[in-house]
Design a protein around this ligand. Sequence first.
Ligand SMILES: [Mg+2]
Length: 339
Amino acid sequence: MTSKAPHRHPIRLGPGGEFDLIRSFLDPAAASSDLVLVGPGDDCAVIDAAPTALSTDLSVEDVHFRKAWLGPEQIGWRAAASALSDLAAVAAEPVAVLVSLAIREEDVSSGWGTRLMSGVREAAASVGAVLVGGDVSRTPGPAVVDVVAVGRARKPVLRDGARVGDEVWVSGALGAPGAALALLEAGRPLPEALRAPFARPLPRTREALWLSERADLHAMIDLSDGVAGDAAHIAAASGLAIELDVSEIPIAAGVEAAAPDREAQLALALSAGEDYELCVVAGAGVLAPLAAEFRQRFGVALTRVGRARAGEGVWSRDPAGATRRLERGGFSHFAAAQP
Ligand SMILES: [Mg+2]
């Protein structure tokens, strides 16, 4: 381990158009971290974050985002939040982000790229991470934003530790980003309740660290594919089945604008994805005593939505106790089956 003192400010860059652009990406007043020994501006950043959690997330124009739907700051925020959410998923403490950005010439001259990077910096700063480097290129094609998130995982919570009899919990309420996407694709306006969850999803960093410090979490994942799809990852990694109580799935406010009946809302909550909430698995009775304080502290619910049992796959259970398999992680109206 090095004893070099932390740099509190970015290193000065040389002259030239590319460096002017990079300068515009960096914030001289950016939050610094004791774990960042060398910030942006040299060939490498140097951080002190062991054991180190690493994740990368790619956002491509017209695949992951559309310029007509989101401003550049929001596109940058979402790209960074998605990578940072993966750190939260293993209960890692965010330290740094690196961003590789390919944009068109006109997006440089209009300031679009600089505004996008301000959204990246803001999302990183919201969970205590610092932008420490990256790369930039001109492209004739769609904009590409690749965010690498670096964290410290002293006690990583993985997907493979769920045990038969465990409870499955989720943070927050689900389906809002999926509902927003459905409305935008239909050319309909977004109600206010759906705008923030879609444009500015919050990585559940503090929530994950808080829970992991207070409870023996057996498994955790962030909800990027919908709770049915992400629970399937835990089920497969842990070698068991997960049953979700459909009547307990928390539906986000505003989802009714895109899905009028409960079944359609449930489909969005189970399968639409990009919720960036946490799905947490722990022993029976472990999380219930923390739920009230969790809600008070973070302003979102912690809800028990199911359990782990012997078998494989993800199953829905209705209040009468009837179960059916959720095919390919998605919600299926017709996949009646026996447990
Ligand atoms: Mg993930």
